[in-house]
Design a protein around this ligand. Structure first.
Ligand code: NAP
Length: 265
């Protein structure tokens, strides 16, 4: 289906991770030009760089740092001009669950710095870029989580950071229209997805069973499930009148299993 993404310039954070990489790959297949922001390593982006030499640049940045995000947008603009679409996807979750009464302030601060401040800075410099290149259309897609909807015991730092995406989305959908009259802001909330972030938890069969008990489609998502929805929201042709919305990509997830069947009740 032609989504009109050919030639669009897309900036993606967390582009060397599971969801970000697949999203970058799919946009490239549509003929988009990509600024792929990576943090520690390019990983699979190296092969995309070789296949799509004139359509992809990889830029290192730490989304916690204002200087770093500002420099990444400057480099993106220098190479491909106006950023038409930004995908604020970078995120972290602590590998081990930690109850709030044992959680270090450092963990809380760092999760909020990547997952919330990182999205703030990505949106800030995206909107500055839109201001300096006036045009009708633009799209910001943020990647939240079902943890922001249902909560996630022992990951309250993560769920709080993801719940905050709703407030950002509802504010920024109104701000973007002042910079690009047909500009749109939407949120994708994946459920559990097979990526390095979820690896440990999904290897645990008991944990997997608990997760799938509330999911009628009885499947853990793969990155392409999320990437497809990001591409849809990015497309002015397909989603040009969709703004301020959250699309949950979680196989119909109802929530959380709180008590095991064999627990004493
Ligand atoms: N997988 C799931 O089950 C799941 C469920 C719901 C929502 N999500 C959300 O989906 C998004 C993508 O996650 P994923 O599953 O694809 O995980 P992933 O494979 O771990 O990818 C996360 C990406 O974020 C980058 N990142 C981390 N800290 C950063 C920083 N300070 N500055 C810049 N980039 C940074 C990582 O780079 P480095 O590795 O180099 O640090 C990595 O490329 C996240 O926002 C996550 O919260 C995932």
């Amino acid at each position: 289906m032609d989504g009109g993404l050919d030639g669009k310039h897309i900036l993606i954070t967390g582009a060397s991770g599971g969801i970000g990489f697949e999203t970058a790959r799919r946009f490239l297949q549509e003929g988009s030009r990509i600024t792929a922001i990576y943090h520690t390593e390019k990983r699979g982006l190296v092969s995309l760089e070789n296949s799509y030499t004139d359509m992809l640049i990889c830029v290192q940045a730490d989304v916690r740092s204002e200087e770093s995000v500002q420099a990444a947008f400057a480099e993106a603009d220098r190479r491909f001009g106006r950023v038409d679409i930004a995908v604020a996807n970078a995120g972290i979750a602590n590998h081990e669950g930690v109850p709030i009464h044992e959680m270090d302030l450092d963990q809380w601060d760092n999760t909020l710095a990547v997952n919330l401040t990182g999205v703030f800075l990505t949106a800030k410099y995206f909107f500055q870029n839109l201001e300096s290149h006036p045009k009708d259309t633009a799209a910001l897609i943020m990647v939240g989580s079902t943890a922001g909807e249902f909560g996630e015991a022992w990951y309250c730092d993560y769920s709080a950071s993801k719940a905050a995406m709703h407030g950002l989305k509802m504010s920024l959908k109104n701000e973007i229209a002042h910079l690009a009259p047909k500009g749109r802001v939407n949120l994708v909330n994946p459920g559990w997805t097979m990526t390095p972030m979820a690896e440990g938890a999904l290897d645990d069969k008991r944990m997997l069973g608990r997760i799938l008990q509330t999911v009628p489609l009885r499947k853990v998502a793969v990155p392409s499930d999320i990437a497809g929805v990001i591409l849809y929201l990015a497309s002015d042709k397909l989603a040009g009148h969709v703004s301020g919305q959250t699309i949950t990509v979680a196989g119909g997830m109802e929530g959380r299993v709180l008590t095991d069947f064999d627990d004493n009740i």
